[in-house]
Design a protein around this ligand. Structure first.
Ligand SMILES: C[S@@+](CC[C@H](N)C(=O)[O-])C[C@H]1O[C@@H](n2cnc3c(N)ncnc32)[C@H](O)[C@@H]1O
Length: 239
């Protein structure tokens, strides 16, 4: 992308395309369980659960084990939502796109109740511990989601936030974190392959210091190739 996207842009995109924001096809055997026989067309954005999330599940399980309350920022239709719920986590996700969240629930065959509260539409799955909040993340608080969280999973989310919104994003995430909360952050390093000027941005460790350093400490956890790119995982915790 060559510029930051507004909520309006995202909503329109979800309603018109319903797939990956830039229509890009990712070739990766790291994230995707595709076989050689499958075409690139089938290997679209995040059709499988994150391997890094599976690998580092214990980091976000915490003392409460798998019953931890976990929040997914900018969740879109991520399959990680369902996987975490199936693993026993109490899962809450947020996306500005009502369309994406409803499509996710319907595609997963999950029955749900709908309610509205304080500017958010809430979709609560009936038979599993999963609630999705449609609305602007920057206006979400722990109170609005029924309490703060034991863990946060952020994949491609902070990275897609406009540079001028990064501090607001960090404040919103902090507001959802209990003391001791494990914030697992996945960022993609594009290196010299990044030819575009807008999001997703390259997130350096200097940016982590600058944006989160005021009230959080971070540590590097893991990295693995993601197609031609590199996925890096960091663990952030309130100081
Ligand atoms: C790059 S996608 C990330 C998708 C997701 N994390 C995944 O792994 O599939 C960015 C998402 O952020 C959502 N979004 C953008 N701005 C938002 C905001 N202010 N509040 C909530 N969601 C937002 C978009 O609708 C889009 O689904």
């Amino acid at each position: 992308m060559d510029r930051d996207w507004s909520i309006d842009d995202w909503n329109k995109w979800w309603e018109s395309a319903g797939g990956r924001p830039d229509g890009e096809v990712i070739e990766s055997s790291h994230h995707h369980d595709t076989t050689d026989e499958q075409t690139e067309e089938e290997d679209i954005y995040a059709p499988t659960v994150s391997e890094m999330l599976k690998k580092h599940k214990s980091l976000i399980s915490g003392d409460a084990g798998s019953s931890s309350r976990v929040f997914l920022t900018f969740c879109g239709k991520s399959l990680d939502l369902k996987w975490l719920a199936d693993e026993g986590f109490d899962v809450v996700g947020n996306d500005c796109s009502d369309f994406a969240l409803k499509s996710f629930l319907e595609e997963q065959g999950l029955e749900y109740d709908t309610s509205k509260s304080e500017g958010f539409t809430i979709y609560k799955a009936k038979n599993t511990k999963l609630a999705l909040y449609a609305g602007n993340f920057f206006e979400l608080t722990g109170e609005k989601t029924g309490g703060k969280f034991d863990a946060v999973w952020d994949t491609g989310s902070f990275q897609s936030v406009g540079v001028t919104d990064r501090a607001t994003y960090a404040r919103a995430v902090s507001g959802l974190m209990k003391q001791g909360c494990k914030y697992l952050l996945s960022v993609t390093q594009f290196k010299e392959l990044r030819t575009w000027t807008g999001p997703p941005y390259e997130i350096s460790e200097e940016i982590l210091d600058e944006v989160f350093g005021g009230n959080m400490k971070w540590e590097f956890v893991d990295q693995a190739p993601w197609g031609d790119y590199m996925e890096k995982i960091y663990l952030l915790q309130l100081k």
